[in-house]
Design a protein around this ligand. Sequence first.
Ligand SMILES: *[C@@H]1O[C@H](CO)[C@@H](O)[C@H](O)[C@H]1NC(C)=O
Ligand SMILES: *[C@@H]1O[C@H](CO)[C@@H](O)[C@H](O)[C@H]1NC(C)=O
Ligand SMILES: *[C@@H]1O[C@H](CO)[C@@H](O)[C@H](O)[C@H]1NC(C)=O
Ligand SMILES: *[C@@H]1O[C@H](CO)[C@@H](O)[C@H](O)[C@H]1NC(C)=O
Ligand SMILES: *[C@@H]1O[C@H](CO)[C@@H](O)[C@H](O)[C@H]1NC(C)=O
Ligand SMILES: *[C@@H]1O[C@H](CO)[C@@H](O)[C@H](O)[C@H]1NC(C)=O
Ligand SMILES: *[C@@H]1O[C@H](CO)[C@@H](O)[C@H](O)[C@H]1NC(C)=O
Ligand SMILES: *[C@@H]1O[C@H](CO)[C@@H](O)[C@H](O)[C@H]1NC(C)=O
Ligand SMILES: *[C@@H]1O[C@H](CO)[C@@H](O)[C@H](O)[C@H]1NC(C)=O
Ligand SMILES: *[C@@H]1O[C@H](CO)[C@@H](O)[C@H](O)[C@H]1NC(C)=O
Ligand SMILES: *[C@@H]1O[C@H](CO)[C@@H](O)[C@H](O)[C@H]1NC(C)=O
Ligand SMILES: *[C@@H]1O[C@H](CO)[C@@H](O)[C@H](O)[C@H]1NC(C)=O
Length: 566
Amino acid sequence: MLLDILLFLINAHCVLTVTNGYAPVRVKCPSGKLTRSASTGLNENELTYMHSRYPIAKSNLANYLQSAKLVDFNVTSFLDETNPTIGIAFSGGGYRALLTGAGEYAALDSRTHILQGTGLGGILQSSSYITGLSGGAWLVGSVASNNLISIDELIHNNTLWQTANSILNYFDDNIVEQLLMWIDIGEQVKAKQEAGFGISITDVWGRALSYQFLSNKKQYGAGYRFSDVMNETNYRNHYAPFPILLAVGRVPDTTIANLNSTVFSFTPFEVGSESPYLNSFVETESIGTLLDNGFPQNSSCINGFDNAGFFMGTSSSLFNAIILSIDNSSLPDFLKDFINDSIIDPIIKSNIDVAKYNPNAFYKSQDPETPIESSKTLYLVDGGEDGQNIPLVPLLKRNLSVVFAFDNSADVSGLPDGTSMVKTYERQFSIAGQNTPFPYVPDQKSFLQLNLTSKPTFFGCNASNLTSLTPNVFDVPLVIYVANKPYSFPSNTSTFKLSYNLSDRNAMIRNGFEIASRLNGTLDAEWNACVGCAIIRREQERLGQEQTEQCKRCFEKYCWDGGIVK
Ligand SMILES: *[C@@H]1O[C@H](CO)[C@@H](O)[C@H](O)[C@H]1NC(C)=O
Ligand SMILES: *[C@@H]1O[C@H](CO)[C@@H](O)[C@H](O)[C@H]1NC(C)=O
Ligand SMILES: *[C@@H]1O[C@H](CO)[C@@H](O)[C@H](O)[C@H]1NC(C)=O
Ligand SMILES: *[C@@H]1O[C@H](CO)[C@@H](O)[C@H](O)[C@H]1NC(C)=O
Ligand SMILES: *[C@@H]1O[C@H](CO)[C@@H](O)[C@H](O)[C@H]1NC(C)=O
Ligand SMILES: *[C@@H]1O[C@H](CO)[C@@H](O)[C@H](O)[C@H]1NC(C)=O
Ligand SMILES: *[C@@H]1O[C@H](CO)[C@@H](O)[C@H](O)[C@H]1NC(C)=O
Ligand SMILES: *[C@@H]1O[C@H](CO)[C@@H](O)[C@H](O)[C@H]1NC(C)=O
Ligand SMILES: *[C@@H]1O[C@H](CO)[C@@H](O)[C@H](O)[C@H]1NC(C)=O
Ligand SMILES: *[C@@H]1O[C@H](CO)[C@@H](O)[C@H](O)[C@H]1NC(C)=O
Ligand SMILES: *[C@@H]1O[C@H](CO)[C@@H](O)[C@H](O)[C@H]1NC(C)=O
Ligand SMILES: *[C@@H]1O[C@H](CO)[C@@H](O)[C@H](O)[C@H]1NC(C)=O
């Protein structure tokens, strides 16, 4: 009887469901070449967005600096002659990074009222860029796809981030709905494959993630594209910082990920890397198109390969393996077989963390072509697999004045020890990292013993110390490093904890708010001003202006002084 009802429901559902939202579709080709060399600088559309965005960001920055109570400092006259720019980076670390990052994001957001806190409200509105990888890509991908939603609204909204049930068991004891979820996912991924595209477990993972992060969209975002983000109101009116997600390129037939790896950026306009091993970008909306040196090889082009959930899944592909652990009795045949194949085939299994992009839009995009460019399939993995768990690289390519590096990594006991900063520092000396200068940082032992992880720490405080790294010292941002720390909640949870009841979810967010706000301003009444001092520093140095007494005091408190522990 129950089975009959189930079968009836499922049949009725399949008839009604439109499954082709996920499968890429054929469109008329835009004219010309769809890839470009990274040597030509930033994407034209990104520059156009920034051209309209920056005046808004700057006027919000004026408000922030006014309210931050900088002593003996004339904000108006300073901003009349300078253009400080801000980037914000959210590290990976699963739900721990998502939720802690959300609290940090809330602390920077002038719209935050729920915590009634004294944070850094207005910095988000003053920023040019916001980046995320892995768990941080869930945060950035989810808020960007939802029109730069505020955390207040998200918490009050009862559809997004329903973390009480595991990502793999979203509907929990609603067995029918859960069954239908896997049926839909199976149909969608199958439709992509039948349309002629390569698929990987990342397709399944990305669709499962979307039930949490794109739940406001039709069919849980099956047809929502990352390129659609620019059509959200807060992007059309240039209110939002520009979003970038990260992944790491994998050379075919290897499983290597190191500091020589190719770091990929995903923006709503383009995907690619400045690394010399790619040095190319392709238009995001066309990424599923069969190209040769950027030119379409068929009479039609492809749109819709850039599903937002698929991009979030790519950035967090380390989690692909957990798809293999789903109770297969509840899976439709297509998924059951797909997962079985992935387990049986030793090559697929040892590359289970790979997101396949087939066709490879970068095919022969450089001459001579590198291994990534001579492959018919592009293989990407989790943005944190090269050890750089904070998504800094694209920000370092954009000459910002200051970068917030929110580190929610699990290095020791579920908390950061600076490893990600060390890796990004080291990367500038690899071939892939050339022309990506990053300030000096100490080793992990010093990070811990000098308490550089127990309160926010500024790196690169003095640009003139950086001359041995680059001639263009003022283009290297000052980095505000902020490591996870438990205040009101034990926030060093496991990366692979895939469910949080709503009260723990909110407690993690609150703890994140406390980290970024120096415990709601109680640990340092001057914290807002000190962050202001960091934001204006590079432009002051450019002009040769002396710091105020207050800013000198702040730098004494928050700058790493160059010391290390022997
Ligand atoms: C700050 O600078 C502006 C513009 O240069 C000037 O009009 C204003 O009087 C100054 N404010 C103070 C308090 O000095
Ligand atoms: C932050 O401090 C304000 C008072 O300044 C207080 O009303 C609010 O409850 C505090 N919020 C948090 C999250 O501690
Ligand atoms: C909040 O959820 C409702 C559905 O319950 C949805 O219609 C609405 O768009 C959501 N709000 C935002 C800002 O996403
Ligand atoms: C952009 O958004 C508007 C309203 O939200 C919608 O009507 C329109 O179809 C969207 N355009 C594209 C190209 O997605
Ligand atoms: C760096 O990676 C490229 C391919 O991505 C490879 O050709 C090169 O040998 C590597 N160099 C080092 C020093 O590992
Ligand atoms: C696209 O072109 C390639 C090579 O020219 C061909 O093998 C393939 O079947 C074509 N695909 C479609 C969908 O037309
Ligand atoms: C389903 O799971 C069972 C138990 O874990 C396993 O024995 C079986 O091989 C799996 N079937 C498939 C198709 O993976
Ligand atoms: C898994 O795939 C293998 C090889 O294709 C097949 O022999 C086996 O029967 C499959 N197992 C299940 C449980 O479907
Ligand atoms: C950043 O600055 C460098 C050196 O001054 C310059 O070559 C490069 O074009 C700038 N990049 C951007 C994105 O402005
Ligand atoms: C680091 O913090 C601990 C605990 O607050 C303190 O005992 C120690 O002196 C601090 N170390 C340094 C180098 O400031
Ligand atoms: C910055 O570094 C330069 C050169 O190393 C040094 O002369 C100057 O005193 C430093 N400034 C500060 C504020 O530490
Ligand atoms: C910067 O340079 C000054 C003077 O040369 C030195 O005392 C200080 O330790 C350096 N700071 C860093 C962070 O390297």
